[in-house]
Design a protein around this ligand. Structure first.
Ligand code: AMP
Ligand code: MN
Ligand code: MN
Ligand code: MN
Length: 283
């Protein structure tokens, strides 16, 4: 607990707290620097800033961008999440997010069509109800919840394991920004590009190292430290790569409210004394 949480979701995407409730919860648990990083949207930012007024908390603009990367001379594209933070000139990113949102809306329909073929049930209407009828806010978390409500699966995790994860029948790749363009657009927006949860992509350690190296060479700014529930050896591996490529670190809980009740707001890993926090660069 350091009073800093730079990776959180509201119900604008797949968190359960509204942006104002998220800010209230952050104030209540002693957070002084909070970034709202919903998936491919900054639509909660204004409400969060308003709610923070008169309180001892700084709201950092943010978004978690669905991006992709590949190894040279290979066709396979791996999904990766890039957290954009502290944009001083958000227009270029907002323009890119318009396209990302269209892709998200289209993909949700495709996923639901495949699920209809797999299960015989149409869940798209139920999914839309979860995002106030705004299809560009639909994430796989919403789809997983609808599958639970229809009793097609018992738990959201089962929805991912049976249908929604990469390699499963209803997996549809998010075919949006690539890594180089993501970093470039964040920098044009005068923000910082953070590689989110490097140990959560089901990559071999060779590929994790390759991804971080690629991210650094493309001008990426910081890497998120693994959560403290991860093995010490995982953290040590990430620490070594961060040091080798001279990157800064970011700390975020990836809070999703009741959608992931085991993740607590503000519970972020402790940086090592020689690591530089990206928040030290915030204006
Ligand atoms: P999307 O942006 O639509 O691909 O949805 C991504 C979100 O789904 C992530 O931010 C997580 O909240 C959730 N998610 C992804 N993979 C899993 C998984 N294997 N189990 C549970 N939740 C997951
Ligand atoms: Mn999420
Ligand atoms: Mn993510
Ligand atoms: Mn996230």
């Amino acid at each position: 607990m350091h009073g800093i949480d730079l990776h959180t979701h509201s119900n604008i995407s797949d968190g359960t707290l509204s942006p104002s409730c998220l800010v209230d919860a952050a104030i209540a648990c002693g957070i002084h620097t909070l970034a709202l990083t919903d998936h491919d949207t900054m639509d909660g930012l204004e409400t969060a800033i308003q709610q923070a007024q008169g309180h001892d908390i700084q709201i950092i603009s943010g978004a978690e961008i669905s991006s992709q990367w590949s190894r040279p001379n290979t066709k396979k594209a791996y999904g990766v999440h890039i957290v954009a933070l502290n944009m001083q000139n958000p227009e270029p990113l907002l323009d890119a997010l318009v396209i990302q949102k269209n892709i998200r809306a289209e993909r949700a329909q495709q996923i639901c069509q495949i699920l209809q073929q797999c299960t015989g049930q149409d869940i798209y209407t139920d999914v839309l109800l979860k995002v106030e009828g705004e299809p560009d806010r639909i994430t796989r978390t919403h789809i997983a919840k609808a599958l639970v409500e229809k009793e097609i699966v018992a738990r959201p995790q089962q929805a991912f394991d049976r249908f929604l994860k990469e390699g499963k029948r209803a997996y549809v790749k998010f075919d949006g920004l690539n890594l180089a363009d993501t970093i470039r657009i964040i920098h044009e927006s005068e923000g910082f590009a953070i590689l989110a949860h490097p140990t959560r992509y089901d990559l071999s350690s060779t590929n994790v190292r390759y991804l971080i190296e690629l991210f650094a060479k493309m001008g990426g700014d910081a890497v998120e430290l693994p959560p403290s529930v991860d093995p010490v050896s995982t953290r040590q591996m990430i620490d070594r790569i961060i040091q080798q490529f001279d990157l800064k670190v970011s700390i975020g809980s990836d809070f999703h409210g009741e959608n992931m009740p085991w993740i607590k707001l503000g519970h972020t890993p402790q940086p090592n004394p020689h690591q530089t926090g990206i928040w030290e660069s915030f204006r």
